[in-house]
Design a binder for this molecule. Sequence first.
Ligand SMILES: Nc1nc2c(ncn2[C@@H]2O[C@H](COP(=O)(O)OP(=O)(O)OP(=O)(O)O)[C@@H](O)[C@H]2O)c(=O)[nH]1
Ligand SMILES: [Mg+2]
Length: 255
Amino acid sequence: MYGIYVLGTAGSGKSMLTKSMEYFLTLKEIPCITVNLDPGARNLPYSPTIDVRDYITLEEVMRKYNLGPNGGLIAAIDLLINYIDSIKEEILAFDAQFAIIDTPGQMELFAFRSTGPRVISCIADEIPSSAIFLIDGLLSVESPSNFVSSLLLGLSVRLRIPLPTVYAISKVDLLSENDIEKILMWSEDADNLLNELQLRESDSSVIELSTSLCMLLQNFYAVSQLIPISSETFEGFNELIGTIEQLLLGGEERE
Ligand SMILES: Nc1nc2c(ncn2[C@@H]2O[C@H](COP(=O)(O)OP(=O)(O)OP(=O)(O)O)[C@@H](O)[C@H]2O)c(=O)[nH]1
Ligand SMILES: [Mg+2]
C-alpha cells in the first residue's frame, strides 16, 4: 500500500483529482481507496472509503468550542491528531495498492501548524507516501505573480512535509494550448518568467524581489517537472501516476 497525498491551494482541484484518480486507477484495475482528511469538507465529489468526518467535523468543533470557521478549523486539525492512529488502522485494513488522501482547502493551516505535518508523518511512517501539489492553472494563467506565489507555497509545504512531491498544474482543460505552453515556459525558463513579471510590474522593489525569487525557483529541481493535468479529461494522468510510481520506488531503493 502506498499513500498519495493531494495538497494544494483552496479550490485548486484536490477533491476532483481524488475522485478522478480513483476512477482512472479503477479502470486500469489498480485497487485504490480514497481518504478524506478535511473535517470541513462539504459536498465531496466522491464517496470517501475512509472519512475524517466520521471522527470529527468542523461544525461540531465550532459549536462545542464556540469558534468561527477559521478558529474552528485550526482546532479541528489540532484535535485530529487524537484520531489519526484509528484512521491509519482503517487505511491499513484495506488491501489496496494506493490510498489517495484528500487534504483541507485551507492547506496553509494543515501544512504550517505543527499538527498538520504530524498527522501526515504519522500515516507516512507506516505507509510509504508521496504527494501531489496542485497549482491552479486558471489562476496561474491570469498572472505570473499568481504562478510564483502558488509555487512558493508549494515549496514551503515541501519544507514542512518532506515527502517526494510532484507538482501539477490543474484544470488544463479550461486553458488554451498557448496558455499551457506559457506556464510551462515560466517553469522551465526563469528569464522568461522574470521578463513577464517585469512587464507587468512597475514598482522597482517588487521587480527586485521577483528577480531573487526567480533565481531561487530556477534552482529548484521540481520546477522543471510541472505536469499539466485535467480531472475532467484525464490529460496528464498517465504521466502523473508514472512519476508518482517512480518517486515511491526511488524512495524504496534508497532505503
Ligand atoms: N474544468 C475543470 N474543473 C475542475 C477541475 N478540477 C477541479 N475543477 C473545479 O474546480 C472547483 C474546485 O474543485 P475542488 O476539487 O473542489 O477543489 P479543492 O482543491 O478540493 O477545493 P477545497 O477543498 O475547497 O480547497 C470545482 O468547481 C471543480 O469542479 C478540472 O480539472 N477541470
Ligand atoms: Mg476539497
